[in-house]
Design a protein around this ligand. Structure first.
Ligand SMILES: *[C@@H]1O[C@H](CO)[C@@H](O)[C@H](O)[C@H]1NC(C)=O
Ligand SMILES: *[C@@H]1O[C@H](CO)[C@@H](O)[C@H](O)[C@H]1NC(C)=O
Ligand SMILES: *[C@@H]1O[C@H](CO)[C@@H](O)[C@H](O)[C@H]1NC(C)=O
Ligand SMILES: *[C@@H]1O[C@H](CO)[C@@H](O)[C@H](O)[C@H]1NC(C)=O
Length: 418
């Protein structure tokens, strides 16, 4: 509704400008026009990794009205092996939040990349242009110089894929990719986490790798462990050779800048804030924060939002419809909406217990058009399911089981095709 009314205003504005024979519409109308168009573009499909022994990418198409058509979903083997971390200090497989990360699967153009924590590889899959659920593995899964890959980022602009690893040998490694698959993987940029394989988490593990909005910096968030005074950090690695065309391919610098923005401890999920160099990050120890990044890649805290009653605020998606962040908590079944300016909490939390059939909480989340999609992998008793919420009305529009597509408590990661 909101979107339609914005679009009709735009239509009226263009009619008016034609009628009065003005050369072009005022700049502010152009800007509003393009952003409201993006805000109204419903996604085509969501993708989730099963992270089971035979790892698979599950694709679920999105209907015109934003709801998921689970019956038309598909499952495609990645050719790699899934694996779960363990709850620290135990041998119990973790789940929900089996690999302690955001972005276990990432999309770049018409390609998907998915980590295989059990085989130390990353897979590349092509999305069919006519059918978003038809996926084809491209080349062979690429072997990584470390253990337990749990997060992946890909730059469509520079055709580079980077993976975060959080096992006994932890860090970040990158590779170029092309239409024929993933190329040679570079040397590990190590993180000294003193972890094991499989890792004991969620504290003291790599959380997410991601590119800046302009794709010229690769970032990694790493969780600290406040119980042993181990502070988490953000690592920033600049891209090199981004301007050369013929003889030197773009690559990610071997060393980066590490910073621990004040007041943060367990940095987890993140999304760059468009139109700025700021980042929205979650921090499992309190809620969310907005960070500003200087030219060297160092982060400073701009604002912090403390979420009352939280267990572990870990995943975030920015809604183009509301221009706000929606965060999830693996231990509380609700969405919390936060400001992109200072991370202040917007309105009351969106409680989902009435529609969710006992979801223990929510993990990965993505947004497109007016809707946000959040995964509840379940806990082995409850089904893995996805809840769809209209970000503008803040009302849930669908809660649906995805167990029939082979997803269970080990499921992790979500990517969305717009
Ligand atoms: C959305 O569309 C689907 C498929 O066309 C339909 O089954 C479903 O009932 C619709 N949902 C709502 C809330 O209108
Ligand atoms: C590394 O972890 C082991 C247990 O896995 C512990 O005994 C050791 O003290 C740790 N080392 C450091 C430097 O934290
Ligand atoms: C953590 O550091 C603070 C300040 O240096 C100190 O007071 C506290 O005892 C330390 N805690 C642990 C668990 O080492
Ligand atoms: C899973 O969550 C449900 C609902 O919160 C709870 O009843 C059940 O005991 C949990 N199962 C496990 C294995 O934790």
């Amino acid at each position: 509704m909101h979107c339609y009314s914005k679009l009709s205003l735009l239509a009226l504005a263009s009619v008016a400008s034609v009628a009065s024979a003005r050369p072009s519409a005022p700049a502010h109308l152009d800007t509003r026009g393009s952003s409201s168009t993006a805000a109204c573009t419903t996604g085509k499909a969501i993708y989730i990794t099963s992270n089971t022994a035979q790892n698979a990418v599950v694709a679920v198409p999105i209907a015109q009205n934003g709801s998921l058509a689970v019956g038309e979903g598909s499952s495609t083997s990645t050719g790699g092996t899934g694996a779960s971390g363990v709850a620290a200090g135990t041998s119990n497989a973790a789940g929900p939040d089996s690999i302690f990360s955001q972005s276990a699967i990432a999309i770049a153009g018409s390609y998907l990349f998915a980590v295989n924590p059990g085989s130390n590889t990353v897979s590349m899959l092509a999305i069919d242009a006519k059918d978003a659920t038809k996926l084809t593995v491209v080349g062979k899964p690429a072997t990584l110089p470390g253990e337990f890959p749990n997060t992946v980022a890909a730059s469509d602009k520079y055709k580079i894929v980077c993976v975060g690893l959080t096992g006994a040998t932890a860090g970040v490694a990158c590779a170029p990719y092309s239409t024929s698959g993933i190329g040679a993987v570079d040397a590990l940029r190590p993180f000294d986490l003193n972890q094991t394989t499989p890792p004991g988490g969620p504290l003291n593990t790599v959380s997410q790798v991601f590119f800046s909005g302009d794709q010229t910096t690769l970032f990694a968030t790493v969780k600290g462990d406040p119980t042993v005074n181990n502070t988490g950090f953000l690592a920033a690695f600049p891209l090199e050779n981004t301007r050369s065309s013929c003889h030197v391919a773009p690559s990610v610098a071997a060393s980066g800048v590490i910073s621990s923005p004040s007041g943060t401890a367990v940095l987890f999920g993140t999304e760059p804030i468009s139109g700025s160099t700021n980042l929205f990050v979650t921090d499992a120890s309190f809620g969310g924060a907005v960070l500003s990044i200087d030219a060297s890649g160092k982060a400073t805290t701009v604002g912090k939002g403390v979420v009352a009653g939280q267990a572990a605020t870990c995943w975030v998606a920015i809604s183009p419809a509301t221009n706000t962040a929606f965060v999830t908590d693996a231990g509380v079944d609700r969405l919390v909406e936060m400001s992109l300016t200072d991370a202040s909490i917007q309105g009351t939390p969106i409680d989902l217990t009435a529609v969710s059939a006992g979801d223990p909480g929510l993990t990965d989340i993505r947004a497109a058009g007016s809707f946000v999609y959040a995964l509840s992998p379940g806990n082995g008793t409850t089904d893995a399911s996805v809840v769809v919420v209209n970000a503008l009305t803040r009302q849930p529009v669908q809660h649906v089981s995805v167990a029939g597509l082979g997803l269970s408590k080990s499921a992790q990661g979500m990517a969305i095709l717009v």
